[in-house]
Each structure stands twice: as structure tokens, then as C-alpha cells.
Design a protein around this ligand. Structure first.
Ligand code: RIB
Ligand code: CA
Length: 312
């Protein structure tokens, strides 16, 4: 059998309904080598997001994938959570048993620094929550920068979902996002322009409801809750599973189309704090720093997700 070249990733996340599905896709696809999961405060407090990550690992049956607890609060401002979307626990809806293991003792930031420094420069950071851990790691030891193969980020966009200007992950810690976007490390940005195409339509939900595996059943329960909150909060009928796009890209980059744009982060604006300024016409004349994903192959995307859920 031909040896699949696995892509090594560290998944930094704030589970989170869509984060949970991203973990399951990473666990269920043979071309991903999920080195570790690191958690951050975002959708819920970091105690919740860490417990949620551990619970999803149990369903995915990946006891060999360590979970490292990360930063509880943003670099500068007070943290915000998204209980309106994900519930108080960050992953309301499914009823899951207590995790049988705990997070590792080492802090997520220390794990990220240690692992990148020891690597061959072949690790991708996938960041699908606020960028606090990634920024802290960069500030703790800049020697990691040339060691990062790529950073695939769910965040930002040309419109907002937490304010009219800002998307949640960037808004929670825009200072951290500025550190990351200014780092010079290759960035692939899955903003709302892309992730809103990853909608769990009724047809997709029905297909997933037929997947009789622990992962299929979990995603079915996640989508039931997520669908209701997206309808109530945004009047969006089919919930977009934002974070999953980042893992799908790591599996098959052709699942999205990208353009090389300059993107800067607003950290001073009273009304625009957390905005990602996507310079589509290069009016700034500044060097592009981001591969900006703008088109998703919806059927290829959901095909990857369904195959992974059936495999777990
Ligand atoms: O704005 C969507 C993002 O915020 C997703 O990562 C979701 O999980 C929340 O963290
Ligand atoms: Ca997330």
C-alpha cells in the first residue's frame, strides 16, 4: 500500500461545536498526523474548552493525542465568550461522559515552543480560536518562526459576526492576531467569506444522521444545537462549520481557492477593533502576507467530513 505522506499538525482550538467537528475530521482522515490539541479561552472559558476537547478525543478514540491547556485570557483586553452560540459549557447539546484522562501538565504555549524548536520545520499550526497561544509562543521564543511550516487560521473576513466589523476569534484577541499576522510566517486565512460556504445544509445533516458511529452520532447532536443557535442569533438556516475548513485544507488544499492578499489587524478602532483589513486591490502597496481563501468546494468538503465520521 502506498505510504500516505501525513501532514503534521498542532490544532489550537476553543471547542466549540465546529472545533469539535474539526478534531473529528483530523482524527478520522489518514493524511493527518494530529500531534496534539492545545486549548484556549474563546467560545467558553479554557477549563470548559479543555474538558470539551478531552471529551471529543474520547469519542474519536485518540488517547495517544495529548491535550495541553493554554491561555485563559487575551493578551491585553478582558476575555469574551460566545455562550449565545455554543452554550455556557461551550459545547451544549451532546451529553458526553466525563473524560477518562486529564490535560497534560505542561502549558500549551510551552508545548508549542518546545515541539516547534525540536522539529524539522514540518509542522503546521492550525488555529481555530483566539490567537493568544500562538502569539504568546511567538513572543516567548522568536526562534520558532522559521520552524513553522504554515499557520492555517479560522478568523476574520471582509465582514464581522461579533461586531459589524470583526469576527469572533480575531475580536477576542486582536493584539494576538496582530502579532501573528505581522510575524512573516506563511498564513492561510479561512475567514467568514470562506467558512460561511461550509454550511451544514438539511441534506448534509440527513446524511450525517445516517452515519451510525460514535463520531457520526456526536456530530448529529452538535449540529442540532448549532443549527438552532445560528437560526436564533443570525437568522442563518444552515450553520457554517467554520473551523472544519482549516483541517479540510490541510487534507486537500484544492478544497479551497485562495488569493494572495495583504491583511492587517485593527487594534485601535473604537468601532472597528478586531477588523481584518483585507486589501483586495493592494491599495496600500504593502506586501501581501496571507493566502486568503475565498471559494470552497462544498461537496468535496463534506465528502471528507462524512468519510472521517464513518471511519471513527
Ligand atoms: O467566528 C467563528 C469562530 O468563532 C469559530 O472558530 C467558532 O468556533 C468560534 O470560535
Ligand atoms: Ca473555534
Amino acid at each position: 500500500m502506498n505510504d500516505i505522506i501525513k501532514r503534521k499538525i498542532i490544532l489550537d482550538c476553543d471547542p466549540g461545536h465546529d472545533d469539535a467537528i474539526a478534531i473529528l475530521l483530523a482524527a478520522g482522515n489518514p493524511s493527518i498526523d494530529l500531534l496534539a490539541i492545545t486549548t484556549v479561552g474563546g467560545n467558553a472559558g479554557v477549563t470548559h474548552t479543555t474538558r470539551n476537547a478531552l471529551q471529543v478525543c474520547e469519542v474519536a478514540n485518540i488517547p495517544h493525542v495529548p491535550v495541553y491547556r493554554g491561555c485563559s485570557d487575551p493578551l491585553v483586553r478582558k476575555g469574551e465568550t460566545a455562550a449565545e452560540i455554543h452554550g455556557e459549557s461551550g459545547m451544549e447539546g451532546p451529553v458526553l461522559p466525563e473524560p477518562t484522562r486529564s490535560a497534560e501538565k505542561e502549558h500549551a504555549v510551552d508545548y508549542i515552543v518546545r515541539t516547534l524548536l525540536a522539529s524539522e520545520g514540518d509542522i503546521t499550526l492550525v488555529a481555530v480560536g483566539p490567537l493568544t497561544n500562538i502569539a504568546m509562543a511567538m513572543r516567548k521564543d522568536a526562534a520558532i518562526l522559521p520552524k513553522i511550516k504554515e499557520i492555517v487560521i479560522m478568523g476574520g473576513g471582509t465582514f464581522g459576526n461579533w461586531t459589524p466589523a470583526a469576527e469572533f476569534n480575531i475580536y477576542v484577541d486582536a493584539e494576538a492576531a496582530k502579532v501573528v499576522f505581522d510575524s512573516g510566517v506563511p498564513i492561510v486565512m479561512m475567514g467568514l467569506d470562506l467558512t460561511h460556504q461550509a454550511s451544514a445544509t438539511g441534506e448534509v445533516a440527513e446524511q450525517i444522521a445516517q452515519i451510525d458511529t460514535p463520531a457520526g452520532r456526536l456530530v448529529n447532536d452538535l449540529l442540532i444545537f448549532f443549527r438552532k443557535t445560528y437560526q436564533d442569533m443570525f437568522d442563518i438556516a444552515d450553520p457554517p462549520v467554520h473551523d472544519v475548513c482549516c483541517i479540510a485544507y490541510c487534507i486537500d488544499p484544492t478544497v479551497v481557492e485562495c488569493k494572495h492578499y495583504r491583511v492587517d489587524i485593527e487594534t485601535k478602532g473604537e468601532l472597528t477593533y478586531g477588523m481584518t483589513l483585507v486589501d483586495r486591490h493592494n491599495v496600500t502597496g504593502l506586501a501581501p502576507n496571507v493566502q486568503f481563501a475565498y471559494k470552497l468546494d462544498h461537496s468535496k468538503f463534506w465528502g471528507l467530513v462524512k468519510d472521517a465520521l464513518a471511519a471513527l
